[in-house]
Design a binder for this molecule. Structure first.
Ligand code: ADP
Ligand code: MG
Length: 669
């Protein structure tokens, strides 16, 4: 009988099906991918004297030597006395198992598995299984322990897995034949059998390695096959782009030139681009955005640039006007705050094609706005926007090219699963001449020294940020809030002009404060992490983050990126609490060790796992069953190499030896 649905498996009815679904299985074959969470080695006997606190489980032969009853809550309970082959004694406490009285006559021999307790030299157990035949207890084997759900039991799960293994036997290969030997893999039938019922301890890892490889390979193959083949002819910069580049007081970095090449090639191809541009804060992404925008504008298209906040949008509009205003590029700044007649004029300009470049917030994509010929959409700090907002803006043009920029560097392996449907461009190197920010970890005791050091910076006309996790005091926490620290800092730095900034201020107020800060009228800002994104003030050389263990690594990295934006030496002070955890210590250690955002992201991934990385919603994630994106780096490399080879040799999977790879494509979810 063919086995497709879960209920096709013998002994699986509706109730069990529900539990199996909760474990992630939707078809019978999926059961095989439920990997045991642990194994118990029952190959060698464990007698009573082998039991200890760490492993209190025994499997051995026993002889029944006596019986008695003792009083218990529901009347009386049977106690069976027995001895193992060493002569050590064990009491079986048979709660609600009176039938054992008949079953276990004195002098009979049995095999037992039990979790035993030792009290005053006497072993006892209330949790045991007892059988005549050792095979029934899986003695002599390594047995799988499964993750369970609902009412499922280990034994039942083992039977289900057995039935599925038998039902599909022999399980066909899932990879081209020559790939197995080359990568040291087991064939799939063997891998699945050994994953569930290993003969030797090493079998488990060998089996898992094969299944993990398969999973990673399929992922990589999907990506490699989707990639546009490298174009032979390079797209050239237009005159306008060249003029802009020539007007810069510096040279573009090699990475900026490389990603500009990648983007231009896409902009000039017939397929709409979906590309993520990732690069650390200050790596020069915005400039890449403007130059590539000019490419599209030169061809007569309109470009929209969307920033997550009013403030950033304004900053970008100023920057764009400075760079491109003189070249005759017609820039339009549009946010929710732009109203009435002025707004109507801007809307008309976009609709008539009298504006080339629209810079704003998501207001750009509100219902009323129409573009004459929107060809290219750039989204800054893309993780700040929901998928819905990104989709809404696609509607404004006919399949416009999309560039999403992110200063949250994502390890390649994560990008693989999360951004599987888009191309990625990366700026890794920073513009020359930047001095890395010096980072100090400051204990509560040393805060005074820190405040004095910053005073010296103020005397040099440099500026500072002070960041706190909360705006206001909160009853049961001893976190210093922004409001209180604003007052306290005034007494530490009398006469130094300062301001408080947080999410509850209205946009006008924020803009005014940041403008004052930018022009040095305010020397320091006391804030929550709202300063995290995009503010650019070169004279600011100090970043203080109190309760720094409260912030994620990505956030700390972003915050630190606010300083070190000129050739002045800059400092980041991470103040930590006295009761810092080991994990907290490790994370702050990473911050001190490096300023490389990609390295920080890799470490964050290793310390906390993928679920927690800022800017990545769990929902978008592909769940891997056997592979780990953190520890399977070697396999990822192997899988990628094989996938790239196949994508270049046989993109359509037409060759006979690649036929096995066609099926999963068709069945795709
Ligand atoms: P990002 O958007 O990646 O955070 P920006 O584009 O805002 O970075 O760049 C930060 C600063 O570095 C800006 O003042 C910009 O003019 C400058 N910059 C950009 N590219 C270079 C370069 N190649 N060399 C020197 N400075 C650069
Ligand atoms: Mg930026």
């Amino acid at each position: 009988m063919p086995m497709n649905r879960l209920t096709d498996i013998p002994s699986v009815g509706k109730a069990v099906e529900k539990d199996l679904r909760a474990l992630g299985a939707t078809s019978a074959k999926d059961i095989l991918d439920i990997a045991p969470r642990a194994y118990e080695d029952r190959r060698t006997e464990r007698r009573l004297s082998d039991a200890d606190a760490e492993n209190p489980v025994i499997y051995c032969r026993i002889e029944v030597t006596g019986k008695s009853f003792f009083p218990s809550r529901n009347g009386r309970t049977l106690r069976v006395e027995c001895t193992d082959e060493n002569g050590d004694r064990l009491s079986l406490l048979c709660f609600s198992r009176d039938y054992l009285d008949k079953m276990l006559p004195i002098g009979s021999l049995w095999y037992i598995t039990a979790k035993v307790q030792r009290f005053k030299g006497v072993y006892s157990t209330a949790s045991f299984e007892i059988k005549r035949n050792p095979a029934e207890l899986l003695l002599g084997a390594i047995i799988p322990i499964y993750p369970l759900c609902g009412n499922l039991k280990q034994n039942q799960m083992r039977h289900i897995v057995r039935a599925v293994l038998d039902g599909f036997s022999p399980i066909p290969d899932e990879l081209p034949a020559d790939m197995y030997d080359r990568n040291g893999l087991l064939h799939h039938d063997r891998a699945y059998h050994l994953l569930h019922f290993p003969k030797e301890t090493e079998d488990v890892e060998n089996a898992r390695r094969t299944l993990a490889f398969t999973e990673l390979f399929m992922l990589e193959l999907g990506i490699s096959r989707k990639k546009t083949p490298q174009k032979e002819t390079r797209s050239m910069m237009t005159e306008k782009e060249k003029a802009l580049v020539a007007s810069l007081p510096f040279n573009l970095t090699a990475d900026q030139l490389k990603v500009l090449d990648e983007i231009r090639a896409d902009l000039d191809s017939s397929r709409p681009m979906t590309r993520l541009l990732q690069g650390d804060v200050g790596s020069g992404k915005t400039l890449v955005a403007w130059i590539s925008a000019l490419h599209e504008i030169s061809k007569g298209g309109q470009v929209a640039f969307m920033a997550p906040t009013e403030l950033l949008a304004r900053q970008h509009a100023d920057g764009a006007a400075e760079l491109m205003g003189r070249m005759g590029i017609r820039i339009c700044f549009l946010t929710g705050e732009v109203k009435n007649r002025h707004r109507t004029l801007l809307e008309q300009a976009l609709e008539n094609g009298d504006a080339d470049l629209a810079i704003g917030t998501h207001a750009l994509f509100s219902g009323k706005i129409r573009f004459k010929n929107l060809r290219y959409v750039i989204i800054d700090e893309q993780h700040r926007f929901g998928v819905g907002q990104r989709d809404a803006l696609k509607q404004k043009g006919r399949n416009p090219h999309i560039l999403m920029m992110s200063a949250t560097p994502i390890p390649r392996t994560l990008a693989l699963t999360y951004y599987a449907d888009q191309e990625i461009s990366t700026i890794r190197t920073m513009p020359a001449g930047r001095i890395p920010v010096r980072t100090y970890l400051v204990s509560e005791k040393k805060r005074g020294d820190m405040f004095r050091a910053i005073d010296v910076e103020f005397k040099r006309s440099h500026q500072a940020y002070f960041v706190y996790p909360r705006i206001e005091e909160d009853g049961d926490s001893d976190l210093r809030p922004v409001t209180k620290m604003f007052e306290e800092l005034k007494t530490i730095y009398p006469g130094v002009p300062s301001a408080m900034i947080h999410s509850r201020l209205d946009e006008d107020e924020k803009t005014r404060i940041l403008d004052d800060f930018k022009h040095g009228r305010i020397k320091y800002l006391v804030s929550t992490s709202v300063v995290e994104v995009g503010i650019d003030v070169p004279q600011a050389t100090c970043m203080v983050i109190e309760h720094s263990e409260r912030f994620g690594l990505a956030a700390l990295h972003q915050l630190r990126g606010r300083v070190g934006r000129s050739t002045l030496p800059s400092y980041c002070f991470l103040v930590f609490s006295d009761n810092l955890t080991e994990e907290g210590k490790e994370r702050l250690g990473v911050m001190r060790m490096t300023t490389d955002g990609f390295l920080i992201a890799e470490k964050d991934l290793a310390i906390r796992g993928p679920g927690d990385i800022t800017g990545i919603r769990q929902s978008g994630f592909m769940k891997l069953k056997h592979a780990s994106l953190v520890t399977d780096q070697e396999l990822i490399g192997l899988a990628k190499a094989e996938a790239d080879r196949i994508a270049s040799e046989d993109r359509g999977l037409l060759k006979a030896e690649n036929a096995v790879l066609r099926k999963p494509e068709k069945e795709g979810k």
